[in-house]
Design a binder for this molecule. Structure first.
Ligand code: BGC
Length: 756
C-alpha cells in the first residue's frame, strides 16, 4: 500500500470515515482506493470472533478458552505466555482476524475490581513482563494485539465516567509502569484507551497519556483505538492521538471531525497523522490476501490444560496431603467438580468448544465418590445437599472440595461488594471439616477471596479461572502428575478492610482518590508489616529448593552500569520441580518514602531431584530508581541497596548489598518559606546558614540571658526551628541579624550552587 499516495487521494470525508469502525468489529473500507476493511475481535485468552450468521454483535464462534490473566500471571513464565500467544495468533490468522483485543494489564488496585480476572497483577513489573510475553507470541503470527485498557482502569463501577485521581509519581511508578515495558519491548500493533478519566481528563482525549507519555516518552509508533464507546469528544481525541474510534458511531463523530477541520478548530495535519497510522495497521494486518491456514482445537485444548497446570498455585499442603494417595477413598464434593468455573463474564467470554471437568479427568487416576454440595447458580444454602455431602465426607478418607466464586460474583461491568465466598459453599466446607480431617480445597476464582477455613483444611490449591481444560489440570496436580509451580501474582489479604484502597474504592460519585499512592498490594502490606493470608509470590511445590551462592558482578556500581546477580538453586527433594526465584530490590536509606522491597526480576527454573542450576539476573538503572516528580523522570538516590532473592516476597532466602553511586540530583530550590531543616540538611545550605541557626536557637532557649534552659527545652526549640521558614531569621532575635534583601541574596547564592 502506498500510504503517501493514498493520503493525497483521500477526501476529508473519507479520512474522517477511516477514523471509526464500519460496524462493531471492522474498520471502514474505501473501495475506490482499494483500502480493505480489517476485523478485530476479543481477546485476551481466546478468540471471541463474532459469528457472521448470528443476529447480534456478541454471538461468537466456538474456540478454545485458555486460562485468564489472573492465572497465567502466576506462572511467572514468559515463555509459557508466548506459547499461548502463538496459539492465539494462529487461531486469529486462520479465522482472518487482524487484531486480537488484549492482553489487559491494568493494576489490581483492589481485589474487588470485577475485571481483575482478566488482568495480571498488583505489581507493575510482573504485569508488564507478562503482557509483553503474551504480545510477542500473538504478534509472531503477524496478527496484532491491543494492549488494554490504557490506563488507570482499575474498577468497573462507573468505569465510563469515573476519574482516577492520583499524583504523578503514583501514575508512573505503578499504573503506567504496568504498560511501559510491554509497550517498549513488545511493541503492540495497537493500544486500547480506557473508558475512565485520569485526573479529570478522559483517556480517549488525553494528551498527557496518549501523546506525552505513550508517544513522546515511550516512543510508541502504533495505533491507539478507543475502548468500545469510550469516545467523549472526537476532535479532541484526534488531537491527542486517538486514531481509531470503535465501534462505529454511525457517522456522527466522523461528521464532527469534518466540521472541526472546516471551521479551523482541528488541524487537518493532526487528522492525517491518525489516518496514516490506521492505514499502516491495515497494510500490516490485512488478512484478505493471506493464504488459508488451519488451527486445531484439540491440540489447543491440550495446551490449555498444560498452561493451566503451570499456573496453579499450591497455597497450603499440611502434612503433604497432596499429591493424593490413590490407595485411600477419595471424595470430590462441590458442583465446580462437575462444572468448573473457568472463565469470567463479559467481553472476554469464550464460547468453548469443550470443557474438561475434574470429574471427567479424575477417571484416569482413580474412582472417586461425588456429591454436589451446593448449586452452581445460587448462594442459597441447600441443607439436603449439605447433608448428602457430609455423609459422603464421612464415608471417605480424603475430601476434595471444589469451591470459589460463581459468575454472580465476578464479571466485567460490576465490582464485587466484598471478598467473601458464597454462603452455601462456606457452610458446606465448615460442615465437612467437622466430620473429616483430611480436607483439600480447590479454588476457582478470578481474584483473592477471604479464606476463613484456611486453618481448618489441610490443602488449598488455587486454580484461578484456568480455562476450559482446568479440570484436567487440577487433577494432574492433585494426583502428582504435575508438580505445582505457580506463585501468587497478588496478595491474599486476611480481609478486605486490610487492602490499601479500602477507604477509597470505588470512590465518591465520579471521583476516585488513589490516596494510597504507590503503596499498592505488597508494597503496602510490607510497609505496614501486616499479617496477610498469603503473600505476593507465595506458592508451594511437592519438592524443596535450596538457594545458595549469591554473587554480584560488583559491590559498588554507578547508577547507569548494569549489575549482574547470580545464585545457585538446588532441588533438594524427591521429584522434578520448577521454582520461581524472585528478585527484590530495597533502598536502604532514602530521602523519599519507598516500599520495603520491589520486584525487579524473576526466573523460573526446572530442576530434577539433586540437580543444581546457576541463575542470573541483570539489573539496570531502573531497578534502583524512583519516579522523581521534581525532574519528571526516574532518579537513583546514591546509597546502599539490598538485593534479595526469595521464594516469595516474605520468604527471602539470600541477600547481598550493593552501593550505587549516582549523579541524579534531587533538585530542590529554596525559597523564603523553605525550612531551616531543609536548608541545613544539604551541605551547601549548612555552610551558610548554620551560624544563624545557632544564634537563634541560643536566643530562643534563653541562653542569651544567661538562664540556661534544660536539655528538653533546647530540644524543643531546635525542633521548632528545624521546621521554621527561613523568613523567621528576620524576626526571632533581639536585634536584626540581616535585612530582607540580604536574606534574599543568601538564598539566591545557595540556589545558584545547587543548580551547578
Ligand atoms: C471492553 C473491552 C473489549 C471491548 C470489545 C469493551 O466493553 O472494555 O475490553 O475489548 O468491549 O468487546
Amino acid at each position: 500500500m502506498n500510504i503517501d499516495a493514498i493520503l493525497k487521494e483521500l477526501t476529508l470525508e473519507e479520512k474522517a470515515s477511516l477514523c471509526s469502525g464500519s460496524d462493531y468489529w471492522h474498520t471502514e473500507p474505501i473501495e475506490r482506493l482499494d483500502i480493505p476493511s480489517i476485523m478485530v475481535s476479543d481477546g485476551p485468552h481466546g478468540l471471541r470472533k463474532n459469528d457472521e450468521n448470528a443476529d447480534g454483535p456478541n454471538e461468537s464462534k466456538t474456540a478454545v478458552c485458555f486460562p485468564s490473566g489472573c492465572a497465567t500471571a502466576c506462572s511467572f513464565d514468559k515463555e509459557l505466555l508466548t506459547t499461548m500467544g502463538k496459539a492465539l495468533g494462529q487461531t486469529c490468522k486462520a479465522e482472518k482476524v487482524s487484531v486480537l483485543l488484549g492482553p489487559g494489564c491494568n493494576i489490581k488496585r483492589s481485589p474487588l475490581c470485577g475485571r481483575n480476572f482478566e488482568y495480571f497483577s498488583e505489581d507493575p513489573y510482573l504485569a508488564s513482563q507478562m503482557a509483553a510475553a503474551h504480545i510477542k507470541g500473538v504478534q509472531s503470527s503477524g496478527v496484532g494485539t491491543s494492549l488494554k485498557h490504557f490506563c488507570c482502569n482499575n474498577q468497573e463501577t462507573r468505569r465510563m465516567s469515573c476519574s482516577a485521581n492520583m499524583d504523578e509519581r503514583t501514575f508512573f511508578e505503578i499504573y503506567a509502569a504496568a504498560f511501559e515495558t510491554a509497550v517498549k519491548e513488545a511493541k503492540p500493533y495497537t493500544i486500547m484507551c480506557s473508558y475512565n478519566r485520569l485526573n479529570g481528563v478522559y483517556c480517549s482525549e488525553n494528551e498527557f497519556t496518549l501523546d506525552q507519555v505513550l508517544r513522546k516518552k515511550w516512543g510508541y509508533k502504533g495505533l491507539v483505538m478507543s475502548d468500545w464507546g469510550a469516545v467523549n469528544d472526537r476532535p479532541k481525541g484526534i488531537k491527542a492521538g486517538l486514531d481509531l474510534e470503535m465501534p462505529t458511531s454511525f457517522g456522527t463523530n466522523d461528521a464532527m471531525i469534518v466540521k472541526s477541520v472546516k471551521n479551523g478548530t482541528l488541524d487537518e495535519k493532526d487528522l492525517d497523522v491518525c489516518v496514516r497510522r490506521i492505514l499502516e495497521l491495515i497494510d500490516k494486518t490485512d488478512m484478505s490476501s493471506q493464504p488459508e491456514s488451519k488451527w486445531d482445537m484439540d491440540s489447543q485444548h491440550q495446551l490449555s490444560q498444560k498452561i493451566a497446570s503451570e499456573c496453579a498455585v499450591l497455597l497450603k499442603n499440611e502434612n503433604s496431603i497432596l499429591p493424593l494417595d490413590t490407595t485411600k477413598k477419595i471424595a470430590f464434593i462441590g458442583e465446580f467438580a462437575q462444572k468448573p468455573r473457568y472463565q469470567g463474564g463479559g467481553s472476554s467470554h469464550i464460547r468453548s468448544y469443550k470443557v474438561t471437568s475434574a470429574l471427567d479427568a479424575v477417571k484416569q487416576f482413580c474412582d472417586v465418590e461425588y456429591a454436589k454440595g451446593y448449586a452452581y447458580d445460587t448462594d442459597d444454602i441447600d441443607d439436603s445437599l449439605i447433608a448428602q455431602a457430609v455423609q459422603c465426607a464421612e464415608r471417605n478418607d480424603i475430601v476434595v472440595v471444589f469451591a470459589g466464586l460463581t459468575d454472580l460474583y465476578e464479571s466485567e461491568g460490576f465490582d464485587r461488594k466484598h471478598m467473601k465466598m458464597p454462603e452455601n459453599q462456606l457452610r458446606l466446607i465448615d460442615s465437612i471439616c467437622e466430620v473429616n480431617k483430611n480436607v483439600v480445597i480447590v479454588l476457582h476464582n478470578g481474584s483473592p477471596i477471604e479464606l476463613p477455613f484456611a486453618d481448618k483444611v489441610k490443602g488449598i490449591l488455587e486454580m484461578y479461572l484456568g480455562g476450559q481444560a482446568v479440570g484436567g489440570a487440577a487433577c494432574d496436580i492433585l494426583f502428582g502428575k504435575v508438580n505445582p509451580s505457580g506463585k501468587l501474582a497478588e496478595t491474599f489479604p486476611m480481609k478486605l478492610s486490610d487492602n490499601p484502597s479500602y477507604l477509597n474504592f470505588p470512590g465518591f460519585r465520579d471521583d476516585v482518590a488513589y490516596n494510597e499512592g504507590i503503596f499498592v498490594g505488597y508494597r503496602y502490606y510490607d510497609f505496614k508489616d501486616m499479617a496477610v493470608r498469603y503473600p505476593f509470590g507465595h506458592g508451594l511445590s511437592y519438592t524443596t529448593f535450596e538457594y545458595s551462592d549469591i554473587a554480584l558482578s560488583s559491590n559498588s556500581i554507578r547508577s547507569d552500569d548494569e549489575l549482574t546477580v547470580t545464585a545457585t538453586i538446588t532441588n533438594t527433594g524427591h521429584c522434578d520441580g520448577k521454582e520461581v526465584v524472585q528478585l527484590y530490590v530495597s533502598d536502604v536509606q532514602s530521602s523519599i518514602v519507598r516500599p520495603v522491597r520491589e520486584l525487579k526480576g524473576f526466573e523460573k527454573v526446572f530442576l530434577k531431584p539433586g540437580e543444581s542450576k546457576k541463575i542470573m539476573f541483570k539489573l539496570d538503572k531502573r531497578s534502583f530508581a524512583f519516579y522523581n516528580e521534581a525532574v519528571h523522570d526516574w532518579s537513583v538516590e546514591e546509597g546502599d541497596f539490598i538485593i534479595s532473592l526469595g521464594s516469595s516476597s516474605r520468604d527471602i532466602r539470600l541477600q547481598a548489598n550493593v552501593f550505587v553511586s549516582s549523579d541524579d540530583t534531587i533538585p530542590y530550590l529554596l525559597t523564603l518559606n523553605s525550612t531551616f531543616g531543609d536548608l541545613i540538611s544539604i551541605p551547601e545550605g549548612k555552610k551558610v546558614f548554620d551560624p544563624y541557626f545557632e544564634k537563634i536557637s541560643k536566643y530562643m532557649s534563653g541562653d542569651q540571658q544567661g538562664e540556661t534552659m534544660g536539655s528538653s527545652t533546647k530540644q524543643m526549640v531546635e525542633s521548632m526551628l528545624w521546621y521554621m521558614p527561613l523568613r523567621g531569621i528576620l524576626t526571632f532575635t533581639d536585634k536584626p541579624l540581616m535585612t530582607h534583601e540580604e536574606l534574599d541574596n543568601m538564598i539566591a547564592e545557595v540556589n545558584s550552587t545547587l543548580q551547578k
